[in-house]
Design a protein around this ligand. Sequence first.
Ligand code: SAM
Length: 462
Amino acid sequence: MAFQKGKTTELEIIDLAFGGMGIAKPDGFPIFVDRTLPGDKVRVRITRKKKNYAEGGLLELIESSPLRQKAPCSYAGNCGGCRWQALPYSEQLKYKKQHVIDSLEHIGLLKGILVKDVIPSENIFGFRNKMEFSCSDRRWLSPEELANIEIKKDFGLGLHVPGTFDKIIDIEKCLIQPDIGNQILNDIRIYIKESGLPAYNFKSHEGFWRFVMLRNSAAFGTWMVNIVTKQENDNILTPLAHKLMNKYPQITSVINNITSKKASISVGEYEKVIAGENSIKEKLGDFTFEISANSFFQTNTKGAETLYSLVSKYADLSGSEHVLDLYSGTGTIPIWLSKDAKQVTGIEIVESAVQDANKNAALNSIQNCSFHVGDIKDVLPSIHKQCDVMIIDPPRVGMHKDVVEQVIALAPKKIVYVSCNPATLARDISMLQSQYKVVEVQPVDMFPHTFHIESVALLELV
Ligand SMILES: C[S@@+](CC[C@H](N)C(=O)[O-])C[C@H]1O[C@@H](n2cnc3c(N)ncnc32)[C@H](O)[C@@H]1O
C-alpha cells in the first residue's frame, strides 16, 4: 500500500493540524507533513505509519500554496522556533482560532461555544523577552551549509531542529528577539569558542557550556544574561560578564546557573550572580516586576498586558471580592487585579517565583495580595479561603484532576481560565461543565509564527 513507512508519495495539503503540521487526506486517511501549508502539492517520504494516521517528511515542494510567502528568517525552513513564518500573519490567526474551536468541539465535546477572533500580537518580530539558546559541540548543518567546506561542525549555539534533542542550528540572528540580543549572543559565541572549554555533548553529557538564556525588559530596555554551565568556573565567567557589561550598558545582570543533570533544561541545581543584579525589572501597565532567571514570566510583554487586561475585564471586580489565582508565577495577575479586589491570593509551586511575587507586591506598595508556595493540589484544600472569583492559568498540561474537583467544591461564582494549550483548556472546561457554563473564549496571540495560542475563557457558576 502507498502509505507504508519508507514509501514516497505525492500529496495535496488541505489543512493545518493543531501542532502546526500540514495535513493531506488521500482517500480520507490523514497524513501529517511538517513545513507544509494548505494548497501545497508535495512529494513526501512516509516516516511513520500508524493504524489511523501517518507522518511524512517533505522531499519536494512540487507546487507552492497561494498562501505561501517568503519567510523573513533565513533559518525558518529548519529551525524549531517559528515553523509558520511562510504563512502570512493574518492567515496564522485564522488557523489559530480554528484550532481553539476544534479542540473545544473534538476534545472537550463542547459545541456552540462563542470563540472570538484572535487578538493579534502588537509586534510580530522582536517581541520575545526571553530566549534560550543551546550550546553543542556538534553543529547541525543545513544542506546549503554542508556544501560550504569553510563551515566547521564542532560548535553550535542556537536553536534545535524540531523534534531533535541534539541537532543545534548555529543562530546568528533570531528575528523574534530584539536585535541587540543577537549582538550579545554573537559576542558570547566568540567568547565561548575562544575559552578553551568544551561545549556540551548531548550524548556523552560531557562539556562545560550548556545554555545561554537572554531576558530583556521591553519597558526599560535592560538585559539579563544567564549562562548555564555544567560546573562553576568564575575565572571564565567573570571576565565574560565584565566584557559584556562594558560593551552593553543595557546588561544589568549576569547569572550563572549550574547543573550537572542530564535533562536538557536550563534551570540549574543552583545559581550564582556573576555581576550586577540578581533579577531584571519589567513593567506591565503601571506595575513594576522583578524577575529572577528561573521564574516564569510571559514571554511577550505587550501580549501580557493585553492578556491581563482581558482577565480584568472578565473578572469584572467591584472591590469587594476575594480572588484566588491558581498557578500565580511571579504574581503578575494578582498584582494586576489588586486595585479592583478586596484580597487576592496566589498559589505557585516554584519557590523563587513566590519570593519574586512577594517582592513584586512590596515593590508596588500592594498590601492585599498574599502568596502560597506549593503544588496546588496539596495547598488549595488547606488554605480555606473565601473565593468569589478564581483565576486559573496552568502550564501546558492543564489542571490535575484533583484540582478540578477542589475548584468545583470551592464553587467560585466566576472562573477566568487562561490557557496556553487549547487541548487541555477543552479537557478541563469539559470537566467543569457540570457546574459552569462557558460564556465565551477569547484567543490572544502571544506567539506569532508558531501554532501556539493563548486563550482566555470566562466561566460562570450555573
Ligand atoms: C502558565 S504559567 C502562569 C504564571 C502567571 N499566571 C503569569 O501569567 O505569569 C504557570 C505557572 O504554574 C506553575 N505551576 C506548574 N505546576 C504547578 C502546580 N502543580 N502547582 C502550582 N503551580 C504550578 C509554574 O511554575 C508557572 O509559574
